[in-house]
Design a protein around this ligand. Structure first.
Ligand code: HEC
Ligand SMILES: [Ca+2]
Ligand SMILES: [Ca+2]
Ligand SMILES: [Ca+2]
Ligand SMILES: [Ca+2]
Length: 221
């Protein structure tokens, strides 16, 4: 095929544009499609993100069954009780059965710590740059909606007025208004990153995930 064909070139341009956007905005070290900023096993592929004991470490890197932050004989003892059962916590590869494959995962992590999982995003390091880029100038000085969340951390804790955000503060409200496509206001976003992929004003999936993880972590500064 002629590489200069007009049919080929735009496709390549779009592909390059999306690759560039991903490498700039999101790092996915283990290549499982979940960005490091939110991956609960950031060095092992676990697209399912299952974390059956809810401690923040995905099962795939959490053989620490007694949650004392080291994988050792105590955990092996708990694991043996669960052998050949469908116990969720000892099923490290999440295939529904606790067997030699899970034992192998435990052995590989023996005497190590669970994780590493994602460190929660912070306002200063992760979220403020997104808001500064996508919510300007309305919330970086103009104070529309009674907040400047793109410049003023404290505004995240003001109570939200919008009826979609009853009982939430403005920080928690951001993802609600982003997902509904209402924010950034007037930018023509649907709130679905796949549909909005061609519109640089809208948030990417990685950016939405970062904002959500920040909210989940309690809006750390
Ligand atoms: C072009 C201007 C504009 C942009 C850009 C914009 N907003 Fe807004 N925003 C508004 C206006 C106007 C309101 C108040 C009216 C409303 O709630 O719809 C508002 C309200 C809000 C509220 C509701 C506050 C409350 O008290 O209920 C949140 C949250 C919010 N914006 C978040 C964002 C975020 C996050 C971004 C960037 C991703 C963003 N906005 C981008 C204009 C904008
Ligand atoms: Ca992972
Ligand atoms: Ca876990
Ligand atoms: Ca342990
Ligand atoms: Ca298993």
């Amino acid at each position: 095929m002629n590489m200069n064909s007009p049919l080929v070139v735009p496709g390549v341009a779009i592909l390059l544009a999306s690759l560039t956007a991903h490498t700039v905005l999101a790092l996915d070290t283990d290549g499982d499609g979940v960005d490091d900023a939110v991956d609960n096993c950031s060095l092992v592929a676990n697209a399912d993100q299952v974390d059956s004991d809810g401690d923040g470490f995905g099962n795939r890197c959490d053989a620490d069954l007694n949650n004392d932050l080291i994988v050792n004989v105590l955990d092996l003892g708990i694991f043996k009780q669960a052998f050949f059962s469908s116990d969720a916590d000892s099923d490290f590869n999440v295939d529904g059965i606790v067997n030699v494959i899970d034992l192998g995962i435990m052995k590989a992590d023996f005497f190590g710590a669970p994780g590493p999982g994602a460190v929660a995003p912070t306002y200063t390091g992760d979220v403020q740059p997104i808001f500064a880029a996508k919510c300007a100038p309305c919330h970086t000085g103009l104070g529309l909606g009674d907040h400047d969340i793109g410049t003023t951390y404290g505004d995240a804790f003001l109570p939200a007025d919008d009826s979609d955000c009853d009982g939430l503060n403005k920080g928690q409200c951001t993802i609600v208004r982003i997902r509904s496509g209402e924010m950034p206001s007037g930018a023509g976003c649907t709130g679905d990153p796949a549909q909005d992929a061609g519109n640089a004003a809208c948030l990417t999936q990685a950016e939405q995930d970062t904002v959500q993880a920040w909210i989940d972590a309690g809006l750390p500064e």
